[in-house]
Ligand binder design. Structure first.
Ligand SMILES: Cc1cc2nc3c(=O)[nH]c(=O)nc-3n(C[C@H](O)[C@H](O)[C@H](O)COP(=O)(O)O)c2cc1C
Length: 289
């Protein structure tokens, strides 16, 4: 498992999407550190699957061509990107979301700026740069670089998607059924793990994760809300990556807090009495003492 020097909860609180960078690649030292991480076995992934990552510098000659390695104007300045290839499997997008977020949090610890890009990047040139195998695809990338003050366009993007805001607990976390909000005061240390889920990034900040807790022993069932039908129809896999990210935040936090348990994919039977349709994803069950 990849190790963090700082508290994972502090890193999660620090992370924020960054879209304005100094116009230079990352230093050789940082590159070496990151490349070491990419080649080591850095994770246990609850969704299985195979993901590989590589750092890529935009070639100098591409700077004059607006077509190649573009981000539709969303990212400015970054010269280095982290590209991720994912092998097709049942839980490929969830698995990719989990692995990529583990790396993004490590880059945050290095004080480098990042921004998940699942849509606003030139698929064709970045896929070529990743040299995809026939059974692989490129679900998302992130710029990696030195943060510069956010430009006005970036501030407008953040305001439009309410990037700073998160739903309140009673909207996201439930006890025993889909309508009874979970009371954080009854949760002990699990409160922190759920709070870290709440702070996770998600495509268009839609925060699709919903969690139902059952007791004795504690079990947390993760669901994906399918509320924004038109967005899901256009980007069916973004929510799946978002759920992988939420699972990474929960997993890293329970590990840090020495709460032992394991992941299972075994759908419980609740009658869905909430208004929006929910799709079951995975559960974390505390080890019985
Ligand atoms: C799976 C995924 C895909 C995303 N795709 C894009 C994208 O294509 N372009 C972009 O500017 N931001 C993208 N984002 C960033 C989100 O807009 C951002 O995480 C969200 O607004 C919350 O803001 P924060 O990351 O600063 O907390 C994506 C985030 C996730 C998790």
């Amino acid at each position: 498992m990849l190790e963090y020097q700082k508290s994972i909860q502090d890193i999660i609180k620090e992370r924020t999407s960054w879209r304005t960078f100094e116009d230079k690649p990352i230093s050789d030292n940082e590159r070496q550190e990151i490349e070491k991480l990419l080649t080591s076995t850095f994770e246990f992934n609850p969704f299985g699957g195979k993901n590989r990552f590589k750092l890529f510098d935009i070639p100098l000659e591409a700077k004059s061509s607006k077509q190649s390695y573009g981000t539709y104007g969303f990212i400015r300045g970054a010269q280095t990107y982290l590209l991720g290839a994912c092998e097709r499997s049942t839980y490929d997008f969830e698995s990719f979301g989990y692995s990529m977020e583990i790396l993004i949090l490590k880059l945050t610890e290095f004080n480098l700026g990042t921004c998940w890009l699942g849509g606003t990047f030139d698929q064709s040139s970045f896929s070529q740069a990743m040299q995809l195998e026939p059974n692989e695809f490129l679900p998302a990338i992130t710029p990696v670089g030195y943060k510069k003050s956010r430009r006005i366009k970036e501030m407008i993007i953040r305001t439009a998607i309410h990037a700073k805001k998160r739903f309140s607990w009673d909207h996201l976390f439930f006890c025993s059924d889909f309508t009874t909000p979970l009371n954080p005061e009854e949760l002990d240390l699990y409160t922190y793990a759920l709070e870290m889920v709440r702070l996770a990034p998600s495509a268009r900040n839609l925060q699709p994760w919903r969690i139902i807790m059952q007791n004795d022993p504690p079990i947390f069932h993760f669901y994906s809300s399918q509320l924004d039908g038109s967005f899901i129809a256009r980007h069916p896999n973004f929510h799946r990556m978002d759920l992988g990210i939420a699972v990474a935040h929960f997993d890293l936090t329970v590990r840090e807090l020495h709460l032992s348990g394991y992941w299972v994919i075994d759908e419980p039977h609740f009658s869905d009495n909430s208004e929006n349709p929910l799709q079951y994803v995975i559960s974390w069950q505390a080890a019985e003492i």
